[in-house]
Design a protein around this ligand. Structure first.
Ligand SMILES: C[S@@+](CC[C@H](N)C(=O)[O-])C[C@H]1O[C@@H](n2cnc3c(N)ncnc32)[C@H](O)[C@@H]1O
Length: 323
């Protein structure tokens, strides 16, 4: 559902468990400090793990169970951070944890020596209840709310691993995971460019899905080498992805999306979703240039909500490795 932000009033039901844990929406929002860490309205729909389709409006139940939206002409614009909190309302996150309010540098230089130390492989039996389940890895997972939402929705089906180079975000995500008692999601402070390969190679189960969602653009040409998706990382994704596994990419910056697309398009073994003969072709429609029209995961990432609230287009690609 597309919403016109300028004409929206959000009505919060006081009976909502999600909202009982908040003093108020505005108090909550004050604790979310990074513009990259905020999102928007109820999600469209679902999982790309099979050719099963879903109507884009059908899975908006998560947040909409607690939130109803009515048009109102005199209400101020909702900030994208408000929209993020609403989209993730059913996570029922505690913002009273010590780490709930974190000030975070917008960008780091992943090439600096401090970020070139490989992340230690965790004891997978300690971090996941069943470390043999298929794994989704989100590279540059930001706050981690996106993965937590998926993990909560898909218990005992899949494990979720978030790799994030900003340690404060990882620490806060870890506290949230503990608070939510989720046993199928884990976050690691890691430079994905350096650590993805050995981490996934040590994982006991199959690698089912890798996402790189709105990576830092590093616009200047001389800084392109700071972008997370470098050739060795692409190679490691391809080498480790299970047959039938998927790669989901997106960016609100066309140049970055093209860069990522070009790196994956060259693999024969990968087929873009619009080239597959899906029996019911709904939910995976692309525009004339082959960009997926909507996010197939059932929830938008924080950067995606922020960008869409500013009117930006999101460029998406979803690939599947051939059996
Ligand atoms: C623009 S944010 C997007 C966050 C999230 N994926 C989203 O769409 O809302 C990019 C994230 O990637 C992280 N990042 C950048 N380079 C990274 C690297 N080499 N390894 C791991 N994370 C990285 C940044 O710290 C940041 O949290």
């Amino acid at each position: 559902m597309k919403m016109c932000r300028s004409r929206i009033m959000i009505k919060l039901h006081s009976s909502s468990p999600a909202l009982q844990r908040r003093d108020s929406l505005s108090a909550l929002m004050l604790r979310i400090s990074s513009p990259f860490l905020s999102l928007s309205p109820p999600p469209s729909s679902l999982l790309p793990f099979s050719s099963n389709c879903h109507a884009p409006s059908s899975s908006s139940s998560s947040s909409s169970a607690h939130v109803s939206v009515v048009e109102h002409h005199q209400q101020p614009h909702l900030r994208s951070s408000d929209l993020v909190a609403l989209e993730y309302a059913d996570l029922n996150l505690s913002y009273h944890l010590d780490q709930g309010h974190v000030r975070i540098r917008q960008h780091v230089n992943p090439l600096s020596s401090s970020f070139r130390v490989p992340a230690q492989v965790p004891d997978w039996n300690q971090v996941f209840a069943d470390p043999t389940l298929p794994l989704m890895v989100d590279i540059g997972c930001g706050s981690g709310r996106f993965l937590m939402w998926l993990a909560k929705r898909n218990p005992k089906v899949r494990n979720y691993l978030g790799l994030e180079i900003r340690q404060k975000l990882v620490k806060r995500a870890e506290l949230w995971v503990k608070d939510m008692v989720l046993d199928n999601v884990h976050f690691l402070y890691a430079n994905a460019t350096i650590s993805f390969k050995h981490l996934v190679e040590s994982y006991p189960g199959p690698l089912q899905l890798v996402s790189v969602l709105c990576p830092d653009p590093h616009f200047k040409k001389r800084h392109h080498k700071r972008r997370v998706l470098q050739k060795p990382l692409v190679g490691a994704i391809m080498d480790n992805l299970m047959p039938g596994g998927q790669v989901f990419l997106q960016s609100d910056v066309l140049e970055v999306a093209i860069d990522m697309r070009d790196q994956f398009d060259e693999f024969e073994a990968l087929k873009h979703i619009d080239a597959l003969n899906l029996s019911v072709p709904c939910g995976f429609e692309c525009d004339n240039e082959g960009w997926l029209l909507s996010n197939p995961m059932g929830i938008r990432t924080e950067r995606e909500i922020h960008a869409e609230s500013e009117g930006a287009k999101i460029y998406r690609r979803l690939y599947q490795k051939q059996l």
